[in-house]
Design a protein around this ligand. Structure first.
Ligand SMILES: [Zn+2]
Length: 261
């Protein structure tokens, strides 16, 4: 019964570490996995026999989406007119495909009360091996997932009230503290770029006009292909990829994990 939840947890990739914001030594693993030794990490994760397939499959989907879509999100976030619009994309996607209001999506509920001790142990063991560090504890991943639930609940339970609070804070601080982009209320015009206007892909250094839906479609095609390969017991080539910029990486060989952290 936990398998769909494990898949969804996998789709969060290394992002749960970002929620351990009070502990920089835990938080930093979010950045490390996204940008350093990505192929080595993915290889060790996918080869690990104790980590459930559903979790691995979700993780691969996260990597592919990051590698393909970060540049569009990067463009939106760098563009002054669209500052911090990643949440707005989430809202637009929820509206378009689930026909639901963003305020009704209680995403943290999916991950509440999951028994993650064995997975946390394996994840941290892999990190220790790949990044050659001893500065970790087995509970870090599990703790990060708990923090993710806490933060999402704090932010998005009673969405409209929190939006209202952010609005008041914005007024009282004369716009200095602007949390409003975290609570997208009104969707900006054509945030998914369905009208296909030109945008700058700063990673590739060229202009493009793909809509976010086309990017999503490309991601799904790549993900289906990768998951088929994974099902056949093989490692998909695409996992040799930097999460952050989608660049292909060259992988050094890392032994599979067997010892304790
Ligand atoms: Zn990510």
């Amino acid at each position: 019964m936990d398998e769909p939840r494990l898949f969804l947890l996998g789709t969060q990739g290394p992002d749960p570490f970002f929620y351990a914001y009070k502990e920089p030594h835990v938080y930093q693993w979010g950045f490390a996995i996204h940008s350093k030794k990505c192929g080595e990490f993915m290889y060790a994760l996918l080869k690990d026999e104790e980590i459930p397939f559903s979790y691995k499959a979700g993780f691969v989907c996260h990597q592919i989406l990051d590698g393909i879509a970060h540049r569009f999100i990067g463009y939106l976030e760098n563009d002054a007119r669209h500052k911090k619009r990643e949440m707005t994309i989430d809202k637009a996607i929820v509206r378009k495909f689930l026909n639901r209001s963003f305020s009704k999506v209680k995403s943290w509920k999916v991950f509440e009360n999951m028994h993650l001790t064995p997975l946390s142990r394996r994840m941290m063991l892999i990190i220790a091996k790949v990044y050659e560090t001893r500065d970790i504890e087995e509970r870090y991943f599990e703790h990060s997932v708990q923090m993710m639930c806490n933060v999402l609940k704090k932010l998005y339970n009673n969405f409209y009230f929190k939006h209202f609070l952010a609005y008041i804070v914005n007024i009282l601080t004369l716009g200095i503290k602007n949390y409003l982009p975290l609570f997208p209320y009104i969707l900006p015009h054509d945030i998914l770029n369905e009208k296909k206007r030109e945008w700058m892909d700063t990673i590739a250094g060229k202009k493009r006009n793909e809509s976010f839906l086309e990017i999503l479609e490309r991601t799904i095609v790549e993900a289906i292909h990768a998951l088929k390969t994974l099902r056949e017991g093989k490692i998909p080539d695409i996992v040799d990829m930097n999460f952050q910029n989608g660049h292909k990486t060259t992988r050094a060989k890392v032994e599979t994990c067997s010892e304790g952290v």
